[in-house]
Design a protein around this ligand. Structure first.
Ligand code: GDP
Ligand code: MG
Length: 307
């Protein structure tokens, strides 16, 4: 299956939620009146697009309808797609070329609360970097859960990459130290650090992240090159708070939104992407190793609104 088809399949629930409802609305009404716009607003809100973004979209739509004299609602599909795309563009940072590294080792840390999909996303990331021709070393700095090493090992095997681990209960900073050291000594292209899930409200665990950051910088002053915060799209509403709290301990460079295949409220990506300063870099659309996609707003909106 091609990438776009995979994306479409992953966004199926959200697509049904948004597209089918809009389609129904467009077919049921022939004028773009207040009633139409109210209904549209409700659809966008119910798919978690967010109040601010929805208001912006509705306001822009109203203006365009006035200016461009759109009289029939079926003409609205095109403008609507256009406005959704625009809402995506604002607030996003630079777009980096995916899976291409310009430093060696290129260090990525993956953080987030429990169960959001950090380890799974690392497996998928490792697979993608490996496929791009790079050697990848994974550091198992989630020493908190007994099963964590085993889970990460499975992903390393699947992706054909290497892993550094210490005994369960070891200091995560020690794992990070060893991994960076080995990454440098053995000339790995990419080093990815897995971390234990932590509540953004637990001060000592958040401080541990700062410590991990310092341990990396001692060996590689310009690292980490990426700090990815993983957010679960099915519980997305809390994402803003998590991003704020995590960024107090370590500067974030990007977001990974997982489990989009499991929610009809994938509009959360639109909300987060337009309301947060940190760019959405990747989206998870399934549990398999090739189910991580580089987030691209054009194809996202396309997959969401195309029949
Ligand atoms: P961690 O605690 O943050 O490391 O989370 P895990 O990587 O262990 O993932 C927790 C659960 O979420 C696992 O059952 C994964 O298979 C599942 N998961 C992760 N990403 C996705 C995704 O994109 N789609 C789906 N459907 N499940 C996912
Ligand atoms: Mg994990």
């Amino acid at each position: 299956m091609g990438l776009f088809d995979k994306l479409k399949q992953g966004l199926k629930k959200t697509h049904e939620n948004i597209f089918n409802k809009i389609d129904k609305l467009v077919n049921a009404k022939s004028d773009i009146d207040d009633d139409f716009l109210d209904n549209l607003e409700e659809i966008l809100l119910s798919s978690d697009v967010g109040v601010n973004t929805t208001e912006k979209i509705i306001k822009n739509l109203k203006e365009r309808v006035k200016e461009e004299k759109y009289e029939r609602t079926d003409q609205l599909q095109a403008i609507l797609r256009d406005e959704l795309k625009k809402a995506f563009v604002s607030g996003n940072g630079e777009v980096k070329e995916p899976f291409k590294v310009d430093k060696k080792p290129y260090v990525i840390i993956v953080i987030g609360v429990n169960g959001v999909g950090k380890t799974t996303s690392i497996g998928k990331l490792a697979y993608n970097y490996k496929n791009a021709g790079y050697s990848v070393l994974i550091g198992a700095a989630d020493t908190f859960r007994a099963a964590a090493n085993e889970q990460l090992e499975t992903w390393a095997k699947r992706s054909g990459t290497e892993i550094i681990q210490l005994a369960h209960g070891s200091d995560p900073s020690a794992v990070v130290y060893n991994t960076i050291q080995s990454g440098i000594a053995k000339g790995y292209d990419v080093v990815i650090i897995d971390t234990a899930g932590r509540l953004h409200t637990k001060v000592n665990l958040m401080e541990e992240l700062s410590k991990i950051n310092r341990v990396i910088q001692k060996q590689l002053p310009d690292a980490p090159h990426e700090v990815l915060l993983v957010l679960d799209a099915t519980t997305g509403q809390n994402g803003m708070t998590q991003a704020r709290e995590f960024s107090n301990s370590i500067p974030l460079t990007g977001l990974v939104l997982t489990k989009l295949d499991g929610t009809a409220k994938g509009g959360i990506v639109l909300k987060i992407s337009s309301e947060m300063k940190i760019p959405v870099r990747y989206i998870g659309v399934g549990e398999q190793i090739d189910d991580l996609q580089v987030f691209d707003k054009e194809s996202f909106v396309h997959a969401l609104l195309e029949d």
